[in-house]
Design a protein around this ligand. Structure first.
Ligand code: ADP
Length: 229
């Protein structure tokens, strides 16, 4: 599903490489944490995956497409297959939970009937069936991130990419969000999460790719944060 070969990234031509010689493969259905200290290159890797930026050298392919060669006009098609989850949720605060998900479905061309059926279903999957009509700004942080998850899965993406999804949440709520991501993964969606959250990484015992100064410093199945670092 995702394959990096000798992948390098530099933000400007004369600058240093912030990702260097990355090689890894992530198979369909995997659940993977990307960890590393601030500045290690986690966000850069995620930005490459959603083709917000292009690889400087090497190749990065996702769902069979080489992102180094993907023309701009094909980027929206790629993104349709990727659900994004953000630390700061990136929801429309004044709109309802239902509307937030409906908007993102509409952007990808979903029909009104598809939206009417799918939104209640994904809200139920994240335990928010009774909050469809609630305004996002009246929801708790954990509930807002649940809306974020529901939005990410609404278009049935093959891959979920989450950037510090529990960064703004307390430990109990973080665990709930991770368990939801685990359920989503259990249903077949590949999940990639960049995180600092040691406790959760150690608890879930999933694959851990550790970045250190732009290089892979560890890649372990059933990894532990402390050991990986
Ligand atoms: P992490 O997500 O692990 O904290 P980042 O991917 O954000 O790491 O950053 C990796 C390196 O790239 C850092 O040295 C950072 O300063 C640099 N960097 C990140 N974004 C940019 C940018 N837009 N322009 C130039 N350098 C950047």
């Amino acid at each position: 599903m995702i394959e990096a070969k000798e992948l390098y990234h530099q933000y400007d031509k004369n600058g240093e490489y912030v990702l260097r010689a990355l090689n890894f493969t992530i198979n369909r259905g995997e659940f993977v944490f990307v960890i590393g200290q601030s500045g290690a290159g986690k966000s850069t890797l995620l930005k490459l995956l959603i083709r917000e930026i292009a690889p400087s050298k090497g190749s990065l392919s996702i769902l069979g497409q080489d992102l180094a060669k993907l023309p701009r006009h094909k980027v929206p098609y790629l993104r349709r297959n990727i659900g994004m989850v953000f630390q700061d949720f990136r929801l429309l605060d004044e709109r309802t939970a239902f509307d937030n998900i409906a908007f993102s479905m509409r952007v990808t061309g979903a029909s009104n009937s598809d939206i009417r059926n799918r939104v209640p279903h994904v809200l139920e999957m994240v335990g928010l069936a009774d909050k469809a009509g609630a305004r996002v700004r009246d929801l708790s942080g954990g509930e807002q991130q649940r809306v974020g998850l529901a939005r990410a899965i609404a278009n049935r993406p093959a891959l979920i990419v989450a950037d510090e999804p529990t960064g703004n949440l307390d430990p109990d709520t973080s665990l709930e969000i991770m368990n939801l991501l685990r359920n989503i993964n259990f249903r077949g969606t590949t999940v990639l999460i960049a995180t600092h959250d040691r406790e959760i990484v150690d608890r879930l015992k999933k694959r851990v790719i550790c970045l250190e100064k732009g290089k892979i410093a560890g890649d372990e199945q059933k990894g532990v944060y402390a050991r990986a670092l």
